[in-house]
Design a binder for this molecule. Sequence first.
Ligand SMILES: C[S@@+](CC[C@H](N)C(=O)[O-])C[C@H]1O[C@@H](n2cnc3c(N)ncnc32)[C@H](O)[C@@H]1O
Length: 205
Amino acid sequence: MSWRHAPATERNREPILAVLQRVLPEMGLLLEIASGTGEHAAFMSPRLSPSLIWQPSDANPGALTDIDGHVRDAGCTRVRPAIVLDVCAAVWPIAAADVIFCCNMIHIAPWAAAEGLFTGGTRLLPAGAPLILYGPFKRHGVHTAPSNESFDQGLKTQDARWGVRCLDTEVVPLAARSGFTLEEIVTMPANNLTIVFRRNTTETF
Ligand SMILES: C[S@@+](CC[C@H](N)C(=O)[O-])C[C@H]1O[C@@H](n2cnc3c(N)ncnc32)[C@H](O)[C@@H]1O
């Protein structure tokens, strides 16, 4: 059986993994939002701490077969069966997590998805837990590369509600309102960023 394949995951998985290996806790439950094909879960989980359990999810029920297929083919033992999770839903099918990890979603979805992601993070994560984003971002309202600008235009052509978000004027303020502090911005290949937020230890929102 062949599962859906996202070629970009083969290019970005090593650099993203390097960040995860550095910032993730040794144990606990990692909730992956918008797992897509599941190739990040299948590649990364076996390379992380054996006490870290990976929970893949996606809003698209059709993605679950691909995610579980890639995970099974990779022989992963620490990945749970994928679940349907729409970040915009008021109730999520999981009550708690120790990490939230989300690649390439907030620009390929309405802004409400970014809001839902942080609202869910506020509900699920304990104080000090990381919420990690990966993708293209504008900085201070400006695209960081011509390729990101044309990508942004293409997204908006597909759906006017989509688009590359500004880290400084949109995402960090949303995170702050939701009780998360920006900890680290990691420059990645192909003009992408990995962003590490941490759930505040005291409620400042
Ligand atoms: C470009 S794919 C990214 C997949 C994977 N994370 C990657 O980097 O290859 C975007 C994914 O976001 C999911 N998605 C879109 N809106 C969502 C939502 N509201 N809640 C959860 N997932 C969503 C889509 O179903 C799709 O699988």
